[in-house]
Write a protein of this length. Structure first.
Length: 163
């Protein structure tokens, strides 16, 4: 008795199930380029790192996935450059090593956040679970929208690859 057809059918069914299985992702939809997908989990951290265009200091923004949405939790930078200062009622400022500053406890909804990606020297870089993508190299000056979505895995396979 030849079991090969039954085994192939079972493998095919498993593959279809795997492709249809829902996954939660951070989708960074880039105008004129397409979507990037980063697998995320509830409570997972997403970072956006970039270089301030005026003072050339590194900035790190920390987001968290909560209830299927993206939330800005904190920002870190060596000092407050233009546009980076504290806003009353929006987190609290704390000192970090080497006179750096952070604003923590922001907890501001960022789902659907739109970003104009900076030029290559700005290095707008998304980091999720060890995976990094320099958006400024991929699509400088384009508009990007950040959303947490649950989609069939097959949909995420068509996304843009970051190099």
């Amino acid at each position: 008795m030849n079991r090969a057809p039954a085994a192939l059918a079972a493998l095919g069914a498993l593959l279809l199930l795997w492709l249809a299985w829902p996954v939660t992702v951070l989708q960074v939809g880039i105008e004129g380029v397409g979507p990037l997908f980063f697998p995320v989990r509830e409570g997972g951290v997403v970072e956006l790192n970039w270089v301030h265009s005026v003072s050339a200091i590194p900035v790190r923004e920390v987001f968290r996935v909560a209830n299927g949405e993206l939330w800005l939790e904190e920002t870190h930078n060596p000092w407050f450059a233009a546009g980076l200062g504290e806003i009353s009622g929006r987190g609290r400022t704390v000192a970090e090593a080497d006179h750096a500053v952070a604003i923590v406890g922001i907890h501001e909804r960022a789902e659907g956040m739109a970003l104009r990606i900076g030029s290559p020297e700005i290095h707008h870089t998304v980091a999720v679970a060890g995976v990094r993508c320099d958006l400024s190299r991929l699509a400088p000056h384009k508009r990007a929208v950040f959303e947490v979505l649950t989609l069939p895995r097959v949909y995420t396979l068509r996304g843009v690859r970051c190099e």
